[in-house]
Design a protein around this ligand. Structure first.
Ligand code: ADP
Length: 263
């Protein structure tokens, strides 16, 4: 389970990116985070793997608080899939997937580029799982199409059998058909693994199709939290146009989770 407990983030320039966000995301859930650009989706996801340090509040994974003492241990349980894939373009597909184990190996091992046979075997299995063939293994990652690069990103993310998968706009630069395939792969791989997925998206139809739950954010606050069925067209309008929810945003001053599902 991922728990956000009154998370607050003010950037050094004074931008308030998150305001009193409290959420509990149970193990195995595919939770989609929606909201206009600048709503705080990325900042929220990054609080789970320590890429963003909150100004206040706590993030817990299975009741272990993310802090300097637990960071190394927790980071190994959390994988991230990025909008722009974050592959090393000049390296092979195989090397990019194997890089998924780097958080768990020593610096010397990482620099040597030596991986255990079982890790190589797993990389091949995962590439097969995401629909890439052995012919792709030695190709430069940068030579693949966007959809293929994101398949590599997914394989890399699952190298460490993550308990949590953070997917930050994973299909933002892909066409609709490939986006659906990619989200299907993330969902199915996470299900097989029993992993929790926290995925930011900007496509409403895909959020409804793939999310077990939709969290709507606006101005750093959670303004909708409910099932895809509850996320009606009126909710979509309110989330993106803001009229209804901006008026009632002062709830965020309370130290309570904002669990608003407007039907
Ligand atoms: P979203 O992912 O919903 O588009 P973000 O989480 O990226 O939103 O950003 C939330 C707010 O925080 C925005 O106003 C953004 O400009 C601001 N922000 C994000 N990163 C930084 C940063 N490093 N320094 C200052 N402001 C930032």
């Amino acid at each position: 389970m991922i728990q956000f407990d009154a998370i607050h983030k003010v950037w050094p320039d004074g931008t308030q990116a998150l305001c009193n966000v409290s959420l509990e995301i149970p193990r195995g859930q595919f939770c989609v985070v929606l909201g206009p650009s600048g709503a705080g989706k990325s900042t929220l996801l990054r609080a789970v793997n320590g890429l963003m340090r909150p100004s206040g509040g706590r993030v817990l994974i299975d009741d272990i608080e993310f802090n300097l003492g637990s960071e190394r241990q927790l980071r190994q349980r959390v994988a991230m899939i990025h909008q722009h894939f974050n592959l090393t373009n000049r390296m092979s597909v195989a090397a990019n997937v194997l890089a998924g184990v780097l958080p768990s190996v020593s610096t010397v091992r990482a620099l040597s580029g030596w991986f255990k046979p079982e890790q190589r075997h797993k990389a091949c299995q995962l590439l097969d799982r995401v629909g890439l063939t052995p012919t792709h293994l030695k190709r430069r990652a940068g030579d693949l199409s966007g959809g293929q690069q994101q398949r590599v990103g997914i394989a890399r993310a699952f190298m460490m059998d993550p308990e949590v998968v953070l997917a930050d706009e994973p299909v933002a630069s892909l066409d609709p058909k490939i986006s659906r395939d990619i989200l299907g792969l993330i969902r199915d791989a996470a299900r097989e693994q029993g992993a929790t997925v926290l995925c930011s998206l900007h496509q409403i139809d895909l959020a409804r199709e793939f999310g077990d739950r939709i969290v709507g954010m606006r101005n750093g606050r959670v303004v909708f939290d409910g099932s895809p069925a509850e996320f009606t067209d009126d909710c979509v309008r309110s989330l993106y146009e803001g009229a209804h929810w901006d008026d009632s945003a002062d709830d965020a001053e309370q130290n309570e989770p904002v669990q608003r599902s407007v039907a």
